[in-house]
Design a protein around this ligand. Structure first.
Ligand SMILES: NC(=O)c1ccc[n+]([C@@H]2O[C@H](COP(=O)([O-])OP(=O)(O)OC[C@H]3O[C@@H](n4cnc5c(N)ncnc54)[C@H](OP(=O)(O)O)[C@@H]3O)[C@@H](O)[C@H]2O)c1
Length: 306
């Protein structure tokens, strides 16, 4: 029996990459690739690896994601977030493979009052956002069978993310100052990976027609929106047992009171209408996605038991 399509997952040690491995189980022959096998800053190595493995589907969950550090490492951020995806797109085109790539709400400047559409003009405020935008543009220019999913405020049961930072700080401190004037949509790796699997399955079995119909950029986030401060409060309200009974007070502050090397958009809420209209996919609201992750932590991780 054929093992099915070859699925290459780059960034397999990252929070999304780990979930993609689980969600694509059974989708074909899975090949994972972490920094130990390929350094995305070494573009000839990337090219060789893709040629040698010749996958049918490339899921690129790897990225330089250290938003503040990128301000002082722009060359590396560009190499990983801009040039490496370009090489992946070139090689995917050569193979006729499907390339799935992830981008970010930080391509926008946050100045819009409503949710950002795919047709809105990006204007990144940070090196990270700029490097991701150059990556998107390079992939789009090369074309072929490509899906670029812009997402936001990614978290999950595993990985370095805001949820884990809050759980750690919540166990250490009685009071936390959290920014209240940046809003976005917290999005779980589980929701992203499930939606990706369902779209990739549809694309591979021809349900969405040919590539001209579906190739492009889509916003893919959980529903609803909240500030970082509201997100922290929601975490603490649900995670009592994970905080060993502590209930830290969350104090809302302005961005100006928490200076960071990278500027972040005030409003990074993305409209998911195109995703819904093209693929019939709608991710859960962030609150229920958060519930699912907290439940997972409570049941799976013995360190978090009451
Ligand atoms: N996290 C967010 O809030 C967020 C928001 C919007 C969009 N996104 C996008 O969503 C995607 C997934 O993000 P994530 O949160 O899962 O990121 P993550 O947890 O930081 O994982 C990124 C992965 O990329 C790998 N990587 C970085 N530089 C590399 C290099 N030079 N060579 C090989 N591998 C390298 C990292 O390896 P190491 O583990 O060895 O460092 C890590 O495994 C990315 O495209 C990101 O831009 C994320």
């Amino acid at each position: 029996m054929s093992p099915g399509p070859g699925v290459l997952i780059l960034g397999s040690a990252g929070q999304l990459g780990r979930q993609l491995q689980l969600s694509f189980s059974g989708a074909g022959e899975i090949l994972t690739c972490g920094r130990d096998s390929v350094d995305l800053a070494d573009h000839e190595q990337v090219r060789r690896f893709v040629r040698n493995t010749a996958p049918d589907i490339i899921l690129n969950a790897a990225a330089y994601t250290a938003v503040d550090r990128a301000e002082s490492e722009p060359i590396l951020a560009m190499a990983v977030n801009a040039r490496a995806p370009e090489v992946l797109a070139e090689e995917a085109m050569r193979l006729g493979a499907l390339l799935v790539h992830y981008s970010t709400d930080y391509v926008f400047d946050g100045s819009k009052a409503g949710a950002w559409e795919e047709t809105d003009t990006p204007n990144p405020l940070s090196v990270y956002g700029a490097s991701k935008l150059v990556g998107e543009k390079a992939i789009t220019r090369i074309g072929g069978r490509v899906l670029i999913f812009r997402t936001s405020w990614v978290f999950g049961a595993q990985g370095n993310n805001f949820l884990h930072t809050m759980l750690r700080l919540g166990r250490e401190r009685d009071r936390l100052n959290i920014v209240d004037d940046q809003i976005g949509a917290p999005t779980t790796t589980l929701e992203l990976a499930h939606a990706t699997r369902s779209i990739v399955d549809g694309v591979m079995d021809g349900r969405f027609g040919n590539a001209e119909r579906w190739s492009g950029i889509y916003h893919m986030t959980c529903g609803g929106s909240v500030s970082w401060c509201g997100f922290a409060e929601a975490i603490f309200a649900r995670a009592q047992s994970l905080l060993h009974g502590r209930s830290p007070v969350v104090n809302p502050i302005g961005t100006s009171e928490y200076p960071t090397p990278a500027k972040r958009p005030r409003n990074s809420v993305l409209s998911n209408a195109k995703l819904r209209d093209c693929f019939g996919i709608q991710l859960s609201r962030w609150e229920s996605a958060l519930d699912a992750v907290i439940d997972q932590l409570k049941t799976e991780d013995p360190n978090f038991s009451k």
